[in-house]
Design a protein around this ligand. Sequence first.
Ligand SMILES: O=C(O)CCC(=O)C(=O)O
Ligand SMILES: [Fe+2]
Length: 235
Amino acid sequence: MDEEHRTVVDEDDEAERAPEPLSPGEGAIAGLPGATYVSRALSPAFAYRLARNAGKVGVKPARYGITGKGGPKVLPYGSRLAYPDWLEELVDRLQALGAMQKRPTQVSVNHYVPHPEPYRLVPHIDSNTGQQVVIVSLLSYCCLDFYRNSGRKDLSVLDPEDTREPAVSLLLEPGSALILTGEAYREFGHGIAPRLTDEVSTELGNYHLLTSLDKSATTTTTRSARISLALWSPE
Ligand SMILES: O=C(O)CCC(=O)C(=O)O
Ligand SMILES: [Fe+2]
């Protein structure tokens, strides 16, 4: 093998390698206790394969995500349905990262498209105390907003007409993972506001953790079609 070829092969290996395990406190977000954001959880090559495979599980592209009529169903992978290979590989990687202790027993695949109107996700709490969720983002940037749940337990969908400003907003990058445990999972609702662009500013709760953008030169990101996977596991 000549020198040039060897370099290319090494770079491919590097891109495919699982990320280093998280160290304690890494990826923490001020104002959202129990949340951890991992900018480069998946290599670009792995994220690309995952988007292709997750896109095949029969989710219709929709405007509303899981909270909308006709939105994706929660799939009982890991409980009543065996993991397909691509999910097995994702779960192995997330476990190696330290994103979850126990393997997921429920998964949803959301496929959002920004036309004819911007997509949105009505603020909701995933509920079920004793669980945690990992949200894996693919293909597009998108802001996820967090609202403190005003004392409601067991909930599900918060008032869609609620016009409160979010307590915290996070810009989710393609290939990232957001882990919600404890308070971030139980006490905050999360949702996606209907708009086509998101501001990149120091106001974002995870501004300091973003790695895929030139932050000195980028003021907005534009939303394109996005796939997200939510993986729920026992805490
Ligand atoms: O698409 C997202 O980032 C969030 C998905 C979500 O909240 C859910 O599936 O419960
Ligand atoms: Fe959710």
